[in-house]
Design a protein. Structure first.
Length: 373
């Protein structure tokens, strides 16, 4: 019989925790394409901004560690988000914020997070990586995928291990919003029972729907924000958690000592200047205009069954033959995101709103695939 040391020597990966060995990692847009050996000429699969914002570094003291939390970035984001600086934690993108929430509030092997699929995949990946259970309350497309608060209440009553509830608004991948009255019910259902996390990564496309006005009366509410989408800075990985000072204080105990590199803070400061915010708002307006035009053209194509209303920078489109359309676009170098493996999203494809030229290329390709309307 082989000794354990021999087995480990031959396969050191077996030393990894069992839940990590069994984990299916999050399939990011770039990872999917790279794994399949695909090429991309038109990238409409990652919900990035279609326009780049030019920045030049102004801070060059790269021999020194950065601030644990960059003060000027926090001050500018507080001004932009209309909250107090002590309510903000700067993170390496929204994904680090998700991971921090799981690791701070959930005991591995005992506790759980709850989510409302179809939704963003990193909630479950972060939980499973930490050996935290995932409770799924699948939503109904007939009800615009709205979270079922009655089911949530029952789940919280039945399972006191649920420590964190994730709700995405605007939701990825459906593009829908949580209505104000429903948000109030979510807040009350979780009060005294769990942390309620509202992921607002796309909130700049529907700023009136932000939950930030509820923060003062709901100390268990946390918002996830990012510069990756509307601010056109996916490449610098800069996000924010907004919550009560007490919750932010707990998260600060867990976050890495130097999470925000100096160049990231430098560019984030520029993006959050008054001029940077104004430029973001102009980009958002242009994206929303192109989104409406793209939705109209998609709706007119044969084989398109539905184009869902969206409050984000993407559209969820249901095709009669989703797999065929996805593959045909892929073969032409037009990369979109297949959502068919998500519950209730059979034959659905998520399409990021591109530039006018990219959208035109997409429509021309689809006309060739589907035939003229």
């Amino acid at each position: 019989m082989a000794r354990r040391t021999d087995t480990i020597a031959a396969a050191p990966e077996t030393l990894a925790r069992a839940e990590v060995q069994a984990l299916t990692p999050y399939q990011s847009a770039r990872r999917i394409v790279a794994a399949a050996g695909g090429r991309g000429d038109v990238w409409l699969n990652a919900n990035e901004s279609s326009e780049a914002a030019p920045y030049a570094l102004t801070q060059n003291l790269l021999n020194r560690y950065p601030d644990a939390q960059p003060g000027e970035v926090i001050a500018r984001y507080a001004r932009y988000a209309e909250v107090e600086p002590e309510q903000i934690l700067v993170t390496r993108g929204g994904d680090e914020g998700i991971d921090l929430l799981v690791r701070t509030f959930c005991v591995p092997g005992r506790d759980a997070v709850l989510q409302f699929p179809p939704t963003y995949g990193m909630y479950s990946v972060c939980a499973e990586t930490s050996n935290v259970r995932v409770v799924n309350l699948t939503t109904d497309p007939a009800d615009d995928w709205a979270p079922d608060v009655d089911a949530l209440d029952e789940a919280l009553e039945r399972d006191p291990g649920i420590q964190v509830v994730f709700a995405c608004s605007p939701n990825n991948p459906t593009g829908g919003l949580i209505a104000p009255e429903l948000l109030e019910r979510l807040i009350e259902a979780t009060r005294g029972r769990a942390i309620l996390v509202v992921d607002e990564a796309y909130i700049e496309f529907a700023p009136e729907a932000s939950a930030k006005s509820r923060l003062a009366s709901a100390p268990h509410l946390v918002l996830i924000r990012t510069l990756s989408k509307a601010f056109a800075l996916a490449g610098i990985r800069c996000g924010f958690l907004i919550g009560s000072p007490a919750v932010i204080g707990m998260l600060k105990k867990v976050i890495a000592p130097y999470p925000v590199p100096t160049p990231v803070a430098d560019i984030a400061e520029q993006a959050l200047s008054l001029g940077g915010v104004a430029a973001m708002e102009r980009r958002v307006a242009g994206t929303c205009k192109r989104r409406a035009e793209l939705a109209q053209k998609l709706s007119a194509l044969p084989g398109v069954l539905e184009v869902r209303p969206s409050s984000s920078n993407f559209l969820l489109v249901r095709f009669a033959e989703g797999a065929r359309v996805f593959k045909a676009l892929w073969d032409q170098g037009i990369i979109v995101r297949d959502q068919s493996r998500q519950p209730t999203l059979a034959n659905a494809i998520r399409i990021t709103v591109g530039t006018a030229e990219e959208n035109a290329e997409l429509i021309a390709a689809l006309r060739g695939i589907l035939g003229e309307a």
